[in-house]
Design a protein around this ligand. Sequence first.
Ligand SMILES: C[S@@+](CC[C@H](N)C(=O)[O-])C[C@H]1O[C@@H](n2cnc3c(N)ncnc32)[C@H](O)[C@@H]1O
Length: 328
Amino acid sequence: MDSERQTNSGLVAPETGNGALYSGENPLRKLWERPVLNWGFPTDTTPLPQNAVICADVKDALPSIASRTVQLVLADGPYGKALEKVRWDNQWRGLKQFLEWYERCVSECLRVLRDDGACILFGQIGKRCHWFIHLQSYLSLRFPDHFFDRIIWDRIVGYSERRDSFTPAHEEILILRKSATTKFRKDRVREPYTEEQQRQLMCDERYKNKKARKEHLAKGKYLRNIIRVPSLRGTSKEKCGHPSQKPLELIQALIALFTDRGDLVLDPFLGSGTTAVAAQLLGREWIGIEKSRRHCRRAQKRLAKQATAFNPGDVIEPRPGKMRIYVD
Ligand SMILES: C[S@@+](CC[C@H](N)C(=O)[O-])C[C@H]1O[C@@H](n2cnc3c(N)ncnc32)[C@H](O)[C@@H]1O
């Protein structure tokens, strides 16, 4: 039997680690006293192939992935009734079923992660349905010791112009970690300073090691927890027909931050294949799971068209002056 599963995907008792933060009087205590849900034991013992699109429901494919093999799970999954007319975003009877479905999915994702791995979950709220807010709170309570960070993707380009509320222009990204040793290569993704900014910042007397300071400024500043990358316009060359396709630049940045060359990246909701393309360009292995045959075909076509991988030492600047990725 898989020992990972017996430990509830690594959820620790509330008395230890960060779980202690939630002990005592918290009225939601019952939430973490309940054993973590998962999708049971693998029905198929054939390991999933790498660098391949698996056309299947996530609940059938995820249990076949061996424990502690994946470095990064990048899941841009359903948001929970935020997209009113999209079938895959309306597959649950209600909020409880959605939260428990997601808990099972995250529990499997944590199981397959290596000890220094991370799990990135995208989401957004809809105009009428705000399930992603509940999901973030629920997962933080169910997996208290796995919380790593919560960041904002500023899409710059707003969408669904609304007359009666602010124009929505961001998505939220919850990051969970397998353990406290999460691989995080902060150095690798930077926002360049202009020459004028570099000159001014060099005058700061607090930095005594001028050579190191100059090198740091020349590379650029570290990413803040609000990442500004424009969402894809309908006319974008990158766009290939998926309604919620993510920009390659954003996914490349996240992969570069949480993995090294040769690591395995898993996307359980592959869509048009953005994660697979980004992983391939950066020299990572990947597995992509996607339920829709149409999207699987789309992803495969897109992968076949991709240019050759970047070389170690390359500096990628998808929008010059905005973001730099230093390829390892
Ligand atoms: C938000 S989209 C992912 C878009 C992707 N990041 C891209 O850049 O193209 C979510 C995807 O998850 C897929 N999906 C939804 N429920 C699923 C399930 N139960 N199993 C596998 N895939 C699922 C949908 O078909 C959809 O393509």
